[in-house]
Design a protein around this ligand. Structure first.
Ligand SMILES: [Zn+2]
Length: 358
């Protein structure tokens, strides 16, 4: 992803940080000096703990977490698949905010005695607007209360916050997954508009940015579920083209290009004596020609790591596999024979056609 740096690896999960975080580091250093720097690092630390707790519970249910990306307003743990049972989604979603609540409970008395009541409570009063900011800045106290902000913000019962997932999980016991998602998405939109309203009324630019972010993220959650729920009733067989062309490992790329123009097929299984050797898509063709000219052979640029799907594979599964292998096309197998290619475009077309009909 653009703008992300890999920072470290914890429990086998790569942790990426968005470049805006560095911007914040600079900004807070200018505003508050060293304390500002420590404050942002503190926020960063507890956002990481929050995301790791989501990830560890997910791992407990056998869901692999590919990476954690830390954004200034929270983190994202990218999971390889969505939890299948509502209680799994519920527990995964709760784990993050719960970690922040635990920090609040565990450190309350130690900090109370260490800093004194006034210093410890002061940031809370500032955050909730009960006192004016006087310039008193105890960075440890602020970092402590950041956990309250993280827990409270994330428990807003709307997408894309954790609370939205909790809500969907609970609603899923009564409603279909699709309808439960729709409710959480709608609430996400409502909260986004509320945030935007208060942002405009109080001239809070940060609130407006959050509003836009929430609105878009809620929509994207909704769309993803809509697509998955629509295509899961179809299998690869339903959209497989009757005729398909294949190429051999020795075929020069210029020949593939010619085929593309004549057949409008863009992705080809690579066969040798009927056996699958790989797949070549428009992406490899373009890259291959760029690097090796048009006489480079298919065998040198094809993808060999993409397994075939079956004609009976569900389109939702095929789509997930494509995301996993980072490809937009996969070979299709029937009784051990390659019978065609299925592409992401084909699958998306099913969604468009099916949703026009409903
Ligand atoms: Zn979370």
């Amino acid at each position: 992803m653009k703008g992300n740096f890999r920072l470290t690896r914890v429990f086998g999960i790569d942790i990426y940080i968005h470049s805006t975080f560095l911007l914040l580091l600079g900004l807070f250093f200018l505003l508050l000096g060293l304390s500002g720097l420590i404050l942002i690092l503190g926020v960063f630390f507890f956002v990481t703990v929050h995301e790791l707790c989501h990830s560890l519970v997910a791992a407990h249910f056998g869901i692999k977490v590919k990476r954690i990306t830390l954004l200034p307003i929270g983190g994202v743990a990218s999971m390889e698949q969505a939890p299948t049972k509502p209680y799994q989604e519920l527990l995964i979603a709760l784990a993050g905010p719960l970690s922040n609540v635990l920090v609040l409970i565990i450190f309350y008395y130690p900090l109370y005695f260490l800093l004194g009541k006034e210093t410890l409570m002061y940031p809370l009063l500032v955050i909730t607007g009960q006192v004016e900011y006087t310039g008193q800045f105890n960075v440890v106290a602020y970092i402590y209360w950041i956990n309250l902000v993280l827990a409270a913000f994330n428990m807003i019962p709307a997408f894309p916050m954790d609370g939205g997932r909790v809500l969907r999980a609970i609603l899923s016991y009564r409603l279909s997954y699709k309808d439960a998602t729709a409710v959480a998405v709608r609430l996400g939109h409502i909260f986004a508009l509320l945030f935007a309203y208060f942002g405009i009324v109080y001239g809070h630019i940060f609130l407006m940015i959050i509003a836009v972010f929430i609105y878009m993220a809620a929509s994207s959650e909704g769309l993803q579920v809509q697509v998955t729920e629509t295509i899961k009733y179809y299998t690869v067989r339903d959209i497989l083209a009757r005729h398909f062309e294949s190429v051999g490992p020795d075929t020069p790329v210029s020949k593939v290009l010619e085929l593309m123009f004549h057949t409008h097929q863009e992705d080809y299984p690579v066969l040798e004596e009927g056996r699958l050797k790989g797949i070549i898509t428009r992406r490899e063709v373009i890259r291959g020609m760029h690097e090796g000219g048009k006489e480079i052979t298919v065998g040198r640029i094809m993808r060999e790591d993409i397994p075939p799907v079956k004609v009976t594979t569900g389109l939702d599964t095929a789509r997930k596999l494509m995301l996993k292998y980072n490809t937009h096309a996969m070979p299709v197998q029937k009784n051990g024979k390659i019978v065609g290619v299925v592409t992401l475009d084909d699958i998306n077309r099913v969604y468009v056609v099916a949703s026009e009909g409903s």
